[in-house]
Design a protein around this ligand. Structure first.
Ligand SMILES: *[C@@H]1O[C@H](CO)[C@@H](O)[C@H](O)[C@H]1NC(C)=O
Ligand SMILES: *[C@@H]1O[C@H](CO)[C@@H](O)[C@H](O)[C@H]1NC(C)=O
Ligand SMILES: *[C@@H]1O[C@H](CO)[C@@H](O)[C@H](O)[C@H]1NC(C)=O
Ligand SMILES: *[C@@H]1O[C@H](CO)[C@@H](O)[C@H](O)[C@H]1NC(C)=O
Ligand SMILES: *[C@@H]1O[C@H](CO)[C@@H](O)[C@H](O)[C@H]1NC(C)=O
Length: 625
């Protein structure tokens, strides 16, 4: 497979064979909404059945999430009956694409934004035909309706449709997400609304507490169905959900750049849209703390994880416990938020897999975090991969999104947001974020970026050098990497370990494998230090960490113990780094179930320890004196 891949380069066939074998064992990454055969749905409305939703107007106090009650009744109940939540409420066949190649078009062309079995909280439903459900809706720019289907998810028959429910202002600015700008003293705010540039001017009103507020304009992005990848092919496998049943209008995505911030200062901000008649629509007021000056000596705390996904607080969309853990991870990070300065979610963001409604739901879930601290993302297979689109891997994991959602919904300080590699500084940290869904091998554009990022940091000021990427480029005992015999993505270490070693990267962290694992400091498969918890002086290698247990269903370890694997955990969790000063770093692994620390180590050293020459890390010295 190794040789085949190298020789065959990127012919789809080779890549497909590889990925099919990988995904078979690795991924439970089936988007729950994809289990609904919406194109097979038929309309068999029954006057005796009903679905009633209340209250009819949501968010009357300005909130963007609200619980509501569904009452339902069917004359022919079955345990397979389910309720689909549709938004927009009008989900008739008139929304089918005009170029639908089928001779008889399907009756429904959009997937629901969520679903739940009719009996979920009414076990007697199958006998009485009466039931009720509590569902949570978030503001997603459109109205909602609730449809009762019989025939299960595979042969859905529409029996009844509810009244329409809507948020008081469906266009309201929602789900602010902060990200570091291109320089240390710039914070970016990205949010979603239903206001296009011809309806209202988006801006952020902000300032330090107690001082006069200023307004900064925001840019506006959106995209249409034609920006999605994949073909429209009679709902066969190649027909991407993003372009067919999963498509949903993304609304408008705004980003404002708050510049010339003072280091480590508290700011407040609110989102605004100025309508043409002069009225402003406002969000709530939020707060953040600006970034420290690069090299500044102050307490700095970073949280890192991958593969979190999202889940529904009301229990809907449940399939195989797919992303149940994400709620715990979110809860524990929110609980500790006062002690966190910045968060990195290193790929596999929400597993929308082409069902676009899920991105709003994800940004709603992480809102308490992302509105308060920079939420930096990396690109993963579930954001980017699609055959024939230039992704390094030619699988179907993005459901046709081919990176468009990730690079529009979240700001990253990349030169080109479609090429998801970037560097960012946070005080004494330098982070180099790679994009494993694009070529990273020597000679590639990305390889040059990685080397530049690692080489351009002044380690006396920023001693803590961290490399982040989605797929494991270093070391993992995850069963599918072990089955391959490479313990990582083929061509990962081979291409990059000389850079990690030369530039003395302290920690390299990955997701993709849904568990936790930490290695010794290592170079070329050999531990360079046998200590496990307290590293003094030079590391002589890089510590590799898999932190892919953010919330999507867990991945197995292979039943082997390598010399380099120090700690493994088959559970949900995340990593926290605390830099106390230029000489002391604490690494902690916390479980998402209780926020407790289950693995940790410290590094204590001086600048001279970073300069010290070890194997392959210094050029040879001149003999002249
Ligand atoms: C409720 O519906 C689900 C899905 O059809 C089914 O698996 C389950 O057995 C049902 N529960 C009861 C109590 O009928
Ligand atoms: C539903 O939408 C279609 C096209 O978008 C429109 O023709 C139809 O009138 C709408 N129906 C209702 C009840 O709003
Ligand atoms: C401006 O337009 C909005 C939306 O149409 C409306 O709610 C508001 O009352 C208007 N304001 C004024 C001052 O006319
Ligand atoms: C989430 O945390 C609770 C305890 O707070 C635990 O009982 C539950 O099993 C956890 N869920 C998952 C999926 O780990
Ligand atoms: C690191 O490497 C240097 C030079 O090769 C060696 O002298 C030192 O003992 C090593 N440190 C550890 C902890 O192994």
């Amino acid at each position: 497979y190794w040789v085949g891949m190298k020789v065959a380069g990127f012919t789809l066939l080779a890549v497909f064979l590889v990925l099919v074998s990988l995904e078979g064992v690795a991924s439970h990454g089936v988007q729950p909404l994809s289990r609904i055969s919406i194109h097979k749905a038929v309309v068999t409305l029954d006057d005796r059945a009903y679905v009633k939703a209340s209250p009819p107007v949501l968010g009357l106090s300005g909130q963007n999430a609200e619980w509501l009650t569904i009452e339902l009744s069917s004359p022919n109940p079955s345990i397979e009956d389910w309720i689909g939540v549709f938004s927009p409420a009008n989900f008739s066949s008139s929304t089918c694409l005009p170029d639908n190649p089928r001779t008889t078009p399907p009756l429904l062309c959009t997937a629901p934004i969520k679903y739940q079995y009719a009996n979920y909280t009414s076990p007697a439903y199958k006998d009485t035909g009466k039931g009720s459900l509590r569902l949570q809706l978030i503001n997603q720019r459109s109205d909602f309706s609730f449809a009762l289907f019989t025939g299960g998810l595979l042969n859905p028959k529409l029996v009844a449709v509810s009244n329409i429910v809507a948020f008081a202002n469906p266009n309201a600015p929602v789900y602010p997400r902060l990200a570091q700008g291109k320089t240390w003293n710039e914070m970016t705010v990205t949010w979603t609304s239903g206001y296009g540039i011809n309806e209202a001017e988006p801006f952020v009103e902000w300032g330090q507490e107690g001082e006069e507020k200023k307004r900064s304009p925001a840019g506006t992005l959106t995209f249409d169905r034609s920006s999605m990848c994949g073909v429209y092919k009679d709902f066969s496998v190649e027909s991407a959900p993003a372009r067919t049943v999963g498509w949903r209008d993304p609304g408008f995505i705004h980003t404002s750049f708050l510049k010339e911030l003072w280091p480590n200062s508290m700011y407040s901000y609110k989102l605004g849209h100025k309508l043409s008649n002069g009225t402003c629509i406002w969000s709530q007021v939020y707060n953040f703390k600006s970034s420290p000056y690069p090299g500044q000596n102050s307490l700095q705390r970073v949280v890192i994880f991958g593969d979190m996904g999202k889940d529904e607080a009301d229990g809907s969309n449940e399939y195989n416990n797919f992303q149940r853990g994400s709620l715990n991870t979110t809860r524990e990070i929110v609980r500790d938020l006062k002690n966190i300065d910045i968060v990195f979610h290193i790929g596999d963001i929400c597993y929308a897999n082409g069902y676009l409604s899920q991105w709003d739901q994800f940004t709603s879930q992480i809102e308490p975090i992302a509105k308060t601290v920079p939420y930096m993302i990396a690109s993963g297979n579930h954001e980017r991969d699609w055959p024939g689109t230039g992704s390094f891997y030619g699988n179907l994991d993005s459901g046709g999104e081919c990176g468009v959602l990730a690079q529009s919904m979240f700001y990253v300080p990349a030169e080109n947001r479609a090429k998801f590699w970037y560097s960012t500084d946070y005080g004494m940290f330098r982070f180099c974020i790679a994009d494993t869904e694009h070529d990273w091998r020597e000679g590639s554009e990305q390889y040059r970026f990685i080397e530049h990022c690692l080489a351009s940091v002044d380690r006396q000021k920023q001693p803590w050098l961290i490399f982040l990427a989605h797929r494991v480029l270093g070391y993992s005992s995850g069963s599918y990497y072990v089955d391959e015999g490479s313990f990582a993505e083929p061509m990962g270490r081979e291409s990059l370990q000389k850079l990690w070693q030369k530039y003395k990267v302290d920690i390299a962290m990955y997701g993709h494998v849904h568990n936790y694992e930490r290695t010794c400091p290592i170079y070329q498969n050999v531990c360079t230090d046998n200590e496990k918890h307290y590293y003094k002086g030079t590391l002589n290698g890089t510590i590799h960490v898999v932190a892919g247990g953010g919330g999507a269903s867990l991945s197995y370890f292979a039943p082997i113990q390598t010399l380099w694997s120090i700690y493994r955990d088959y559970d949900y969790g995340f990593v926290k780094l605390t830099a106390f000063d230029h000489s002391n770093l604490l690494f902690e692994y916390k479980k998402s179930r209780d926020g407790g620390v289950y693995d940790s180590f410290r590094i204590s050293r001086d600048y001279r320890d970073i300069l010290a020459c070890t194997v392959d890390s210094c050029p040879s010295m001149t003999l002249a004196s």
